[in-house]
Design a protein around this ligand. Structure first.
Ligand code: PHE
Length: 444
């Protein structure tokens, strides 16, 4: 490989970047309402078990793959697997385009809501707020915000690994946690917050069904950015002796911490004002603004909340774009700048009809889904579990012994848990992911 390939400036920089990838809309926007929908504390416990027992091993597998190959996902699978394996890399790169296209739509909303909050443009009361939201997401200005957000993303990626992605994350991730803590202090001191905390933290196992497990499993690998080559790519910018397991542990720990903090912010706020926690995606853009409107200093906290969401989304969007860019830079000799802007333009072209599917194009559906829902479904329910499944099979079964050697830095590190890691990749992850896959495409 050429010696010109960039790498992270420090271990801290890598951990911030990978955590920035993991902590995203999935944590702040999706996790609280999925937890609400699935009965609170019991879901949280199952989620934690799945993240530790299944998510962490997969994160380690993707990072060791990238660090060993020192190249993009396609190149990594070609170098270490040969034969048909590069197809898994291509699947990942393609998945990135699909995720990015709908991710920037929602990210654009967060950007817009910072401004709406700051200028006091939103109505009060959930009814009117719901109407505001519906009108906004269906209109042309939502597309403008998605475009602006995509440009921001492309700008960071075009600036490079060290000067772009690493620098942005080293600044934005600490800021994100500070914002979360400020909001937390406000949320838990609201009168009535205790009901939300109880709902979030006290397990109610009577609400646990098979669907709870599949919801926790899909939330885990979406939140950990697995199954689309993102962690492979970020791992490929690690220097070859860098210790993977402890860095992965930190990344996973920060992701879980952010999700729990987000739940501790959102659910007490929702309960304190007597709203229903199981309201789906509208929880963030309708319920919370209603709450902020009726809270002392609510405007300020509203601005901070949407700023937090936009930061979380930006550091993730950057990581969704990077696998495709690294492929074009490594293998097609494109400049990073050209690759970043070209890939962003393609993803945006897919994102525009997704945005319009909340308005003018709402009538166009396929299999009963709008274009936005179709992209979301294809990526998160089919392509990502498939990618994660194939990656687990590759690292666990085909590349197994060299993978274990690479992980231990050629036997230098004592890792008594390594056999358990291999066993998860071989025997636990493949059936679990196959189950999720079959469940979501309706075969079981
Ligand atoms: N993990 C991010 C989130 O929680 C989303 C993401 C998926 C990022 C896949 C990168 C790759 O929002």
């Amino acid at each position: 490989m050429d010696s010109q390939r960039e790498s992270w400036g420090s271990r801290f920089g890598f951990v911030m970047a990978a955590a920035g990838s993991a902590v995203g809309l999935g944590n702040v926007w999706r996790f609280p309402y999925i937890t609400g929908d699935n009965g609170g504390g019991a879901f949280l416990l199952i989620y934690l078990a799945i993240v530790a027992g299944f998510g962490l091993p997969l994160v380690i597998a993707e990072i060791v793959l990238g660090r060993t190959a020192q190249r993009n996902p396609v190149g990594a699978f070609r170098l270490l697997g040969g034969r048909a394996w590069p197809a898994v890399g291509y699947l990942g790169v393609l998945t990135g385009f699909v995720i990015l296209s709908f991710y920037v739509v929602v990210a654009g909303w967060t950007l817009a809501y910072i401004g709406f909050m700051a200028r006091g443009l939103l109505s009060t009361g959930p009814q009117a707020l719901g109407a505001d939201f519906g009108r906004f997401i269906g209109g042309g200005s939502a597309i403008a915000y998605a475009t602006a957000f995509m440009a921001l993303t492309a700008f960071v990626v075009a600036s490079g690994i060290g000067k772009g992605i690493e620098r942005a994350n080293k600044l934005l991730m600490p800021a994100l946690f500070v914002l979360l803590l400020i909001l937390l202090a406000r949320a838990v001191t609201l009168p009535g917050a205790a009901d939300g905390l109880r709902f979030f933290l006290v397990p109610d196992f009577s609400r646990v069904t098979g669907a709870t497990f599949s919801a926790a499993l899909s939330q885990a690998f979406f939140s950990l950015s697995l199954g689309m080559g993102c962690m492979v790519t970020y791992g490929s910018y690690l220097r070859s002796r860098e210790r993977i397991a402890s860095a992965s542990g930190m990344v996973v720990g920060l992701d879980v911490l952010a999700a729990i903090l987000a739940g501790l912010v959102v659910l007490p706020v929702v309960f304190a004002f007597g709203f229903d926690p199981g309201q789906g995606p509208g929880l963030t853009f309708v319920t919370l603004p209603a709450v902020f409107a009726s809270m002392p200093l609510g405007q300020l906290f509203g601005v901070l909340f949407f700023l937090l969401l936009a930061i979380a989304a930006l550091t993730s969007a950057v990581s969704i774009l990077e696998p495709a860019v690294s492929l074009l830079v490594d293998e097609r000799g494109l400049s990073r700048t050209a690759a970043a802007w070209a890939c962003a333009a393609v993803a945006l072209a897919l994102g525009i009809p997704a945005s319009l599917s909340f308005g003018a194009w709402a009538g166009f559906t396929l299999f009963g889904k709008t274009f936005f829902d179709l992209l979301d479904f294809a990526a998160t329910s089919v392509m990502m579990p498939l990618g994660a499944l194939l990656t687990a099979v590759f690292v666990g079964w085909f590349w197994a012994a060299p993978a274990a050697r690479a992980l231990s830095n050629d036997g230098e590190l004592r890792q008594p848990w390594a056999p358990a890691w291999g066993a998860v990749l071989r025997f636990v992850a493949p059936p679990a992911l196959a189950w999720i896959l079959l469940l979501s495409i309706g075969l079981i």
